[in-house]
Design a protein around this ligand. Structure first.
Ligand code: AP5
Length: 223
C-alpha cells in the first residue's frame, strides 16, 4: 500500500506520520527530513536544497523526484509506504504515478489534514525538533527535560524555516503549488480522506485510524 500525507506546514503530518508507521510497521518517506539530513551531511543535494528551504520555497521537482526514486527502489515489494511532504506539486504527483507501476504499486489513499492558519502559526512557533526528526512542542507536547529529546538525548532546535516571515512564505507556496493536488487526487480513483487537524493529537490519531480502516480496510499490521 502507498498512502500520502497532504496538508499545510505545521498541520501535523510529521507527528501523525511517525505514529502511523509505528502502528503499521510501514516505512515513512519524509522529503523534508531527508533534505535536512542531506544538509547536515553536506551532500551535493543538501547544498543545492539549502537556499530554497531557507527562503520557504520548494526544492526543484527534478531533485525531489530523484531522491524519492532512490528511496523507493530500496524497499521490499510488500513494504507499506507513507509519503510525508511528497508529492508537493502536480508534476511531482505525475512523476510518482509514472514510477509506481514499475514497482507494481499505486497510490491507494491520501490523508488530507486541514487547520486554520492561526493554529498553524502557533504550532510552528512552539515546535522544537531533534536532528533525528522527532518533533515536540513547547505548548502542546513538551519533552520531559526542556530542550532535550526524550528518546535520543539530542539537543532540540527551532528550525531555521520556522521563523514567522518564512512560515508566511511556506503557507503561500502551499496554497499556490501544493493545494492543487487536492483536485488532482479528488479526480483520480484514489481515496482522499479529510482529517480535521485542529484537534488534540490523540483525537487526530483516532480519526486517522478510523478513516484508514473505513476507506482502505487498513489496520495495525496491514501491508
Ligand atoms: P517539510 O519538512 O516537509 O515541512 P512542511 O510540509 O512545511 O511541514 P512541517 O514539517 O512544517 O509540518 P508538519 O505538518 O509535519 O507538522 P508537525 O507534525 O511537525 O518541508 C520543509 C522544506 O523542505 C519545504 O519548505 C521545502 O523547501 C522542502 N521540501 C520538502 N519536501 C519537498 C518536496 N516534496 N518538494 C519540494 N520541496 C520540498 O507539527 C507541527 C508542530 O505542531 C509540532 O511542534 C507538533 O508537536 C505540533 N502538533 C502536531 N499536531 C498537533 C495537534 N494535533 N495539537 C497540537 N499540536 C500539534
Amino acid at each position: 500500500m502507498v498512502v500520502i500525507l497532504l496538508g499545510p506546514p505545521g498541520v501535523g503530518k510529521g507527528t501523525q506520520g511517525a505514529r502511523l508507521v509505528d502502528e503499521l510497521g510501514w516505512v515513512r518517506i519524509a522529503t523534508g527530513d531527508l533534505l535536512r539530513a542531506a544538509r547536515r551531511e553536506g551532500t551535493e543535494l543538501g547544498r543545492k536544497a539549502q537556499e530554497y528551504m531557507d527562503a520557504g520555497d520548494l526544492v526543484p521537482d527534478g531533485l525531489i523526484v530523484a531522491l524519492v526514486k532512490e528511496h523507493l527502489a530500496g524497499l521490499g515489494a510488500d513494504t507499506g509506504v507513507l509519503f510525508d511532504g511528497f508529492p508537493r506539486t502536480v508534476p511531482q504527483a505525475v512523476a510518482l504515478d509514472a514510477m509506481l507501476p514499475e514497482l507494481s504499486r499505486k497510490v491507494d489513499g491520501v490523508l488530507l489534514f486541514e487547520a486554520p492558519s492561526d493554529v498553524l502559526f502557533k504550532r510552528i512557533s512552539g515546535r522544537r525538533s531533534s536532528p533525528e526528526g522527532r518533533v515536540y512542542n513547547i505548548y502542546f507536547d513538551p519533552p520531559a527535560d526542556e530542550g532535550i529529546c526524550d528518546v535520543t538525548g539530542s539537543t532540540l532546535v527551532h528550525r531555521a524555516d520556522d521563523e514567522p516571515e518564512t512560515v508566511e512564505r511556506r503557507l503561500a507556496v502551499y496554497e499556490e503549488q501544493t493545494a492543487p493536488l487536492i483536485s488532482y487526487y479528488d479526480a483520480a480513483p484514489t481515496r482522499v480522506m479529510r482529517i480535521e487537524g485542529d484537534r488534540p493529537m490523540a483525537d487526530v490519531q483516532q480519526a486517522v485510524r478510523q478513516e484508514l480502516a473505513r476507506q482502505l480496510d487498513l489496520t495495525a499490521g496491514s501491508r
